[in-house]
Design a protein. Structure first.
Length: 368
């Protein structure tokens, strides 16, 4: 698939965990969120109708976004919301485009369903200012026509730190131990994997500041919650968040991973979904936002050997962040909520009653 990925290289800065190096809130920058897997990418493809936890087509609602602006052509991912009219994605995928196509069921290089999005139908979180780790990297796209035949996702309304999740996207892919960056060699398919939400960024930064002294401002994280995960291979060395926790007082927990199921997002997966299982359905819990190489992050804790490959932006030991949906349920509902016909009838009836009362009051005043 000959399309540029949105690339997001991240570095730590004072008063914030992460910021894009030289990046603004515009897509014209080479924004890259960092999907790599433990084995060949072909083992991690998802296809229309595929079953996860007994749910057929569990990932059919994962969207492939292709769009353009003055900077070129770009790729991101997203998730269809219940009702079929809206797609949830990252703010940095929706804040600057002139044309956008949203594909579902992308398999062998073609889509089952395609829709478009008008520029005026992109709703970027009002707190988005280009700061990827603030919890505001989230946006809603209204499709030109609702999607039917594909089940959209309900949102998780709880803080899911500590839970395992299923991730999916249409980004680049590679093996976790490879020395080469993820690429588009398997770009005719979407890919999935699993990981664990280890800690939220606010907690991570507040506690880590005791060691790193990079500055901590609680107001920076007021817009929402960001979940953090690391790419484990079962070893203590590459349990990056676990090692950081130990170095800063064990203020959070991080295990050594999910074995062969472990994965991490890569370029083009921005805006894709993290899904938690509630016993009966997959709930959309997080929106892919950023990635951070283990070698860079560990240096602030005077730790070494965290990253299995500094040449691979999605290798064992690297980190990723996802914007939590539960912290934006109110805003999402305010954009997507459409009153049912019965509700309209009640509203009109209410207005009629108000009108009748007003007339009575005027008549009573005149009689007096």
């Amino acid at each position: 698939m000959m399309i540029q990925s949105k690339s997001l290289k991240l570095v730590a800065v004072v008063a914030a965990l992460l910021a894009a190096a030289g990046a603004q809130a515009s897509n014209s920058d080479l924004l890259t969120p960092l999907t790599g897997n433990t084995t060949a990418p072909s083992n991690w493809r998802f296809e229309p109708g595929q079953v996860f936890n007994g749910v057929a087509g569990a990932l059919d609602g994962v969207a492939r976004l292709s769009f353009s602006n003055s900077g070129g052509n770009w790729a991101c991912s997203g998730s269809l919301l219940a009702g079929g009219q809206y797609v949830l994605t990252a703010a940095h995928c929706a804040d600057d485009f002139t044309k956008m196509t949203v594909d579902f069921g992308w398999n062998k290089g073609s889509a089952t369903v395609s829709r478009s999005v008008a520029v005026s139908d992109a709703y970027v979180n009002p707190h988005w200012n280009g700061a990827l780790d603030s919890g505001a990297d989230i946006a809603i796209l209204k499709l030109d026509q609702a999607v039917t035949g594909i089940k959209g996702y309900n949102l998780s309304t709880t803080n899911d730190v500590g839970k395992d999740f299923l991730m999916a996207g249409y980004g680049t892919s590679s093996r976790a131990g490879s020395d080469t960056d993820p690429n588009w060699n398997d770009g005719a398919y979407g890919h999935y994997g699993y990981n664990t939400f280890d800690v939220d960024s606010k907690t991570y930064n507040e506690i880590s500041n005791n060691v790193t002294n990079w500055g901590y401002d609680p107001d920076f994280y007021a817009p929402g919650t960001t979940y953090m995960s690391d790419y484990d291979d079962g070893s203590a060395a590459h349990n990056t968040l676990g090692r950081m926790a130990g170095a800063s007082g064990n203020g959070w927990s991080s295990g050594t991973g999910l074995g062969a199921n472990e994965a991490l997002i890569a370029g083009g997966d921005s805006g894709g979904g993290d899904f938690v299982w509630n016993g009966s359905e997959w709930l959309l819990s997080g929106v892919h936002s950023w990635g951070w190489q283990g070698s860079d992050s560990c240096s602030y804790f005077n730790l070494s050997g965290c990253d299995s490959s500094v040449s691979n932006s999605s290798s064992f030991g690297d980190l990723s962040g996802s914007t939590a949906t539960y912290s934006h349920v109110g805003w999402i509902s305010s954009v997507t909520a459409v009153p049912e016909p019965e509700t309209y009838a009640m509203m009109l009836s209410g207005l009629a009653m108000v009108g009748a009362l007003a007339r009575r009051r005027r008549q009573a005043t005149a009689a007096a």
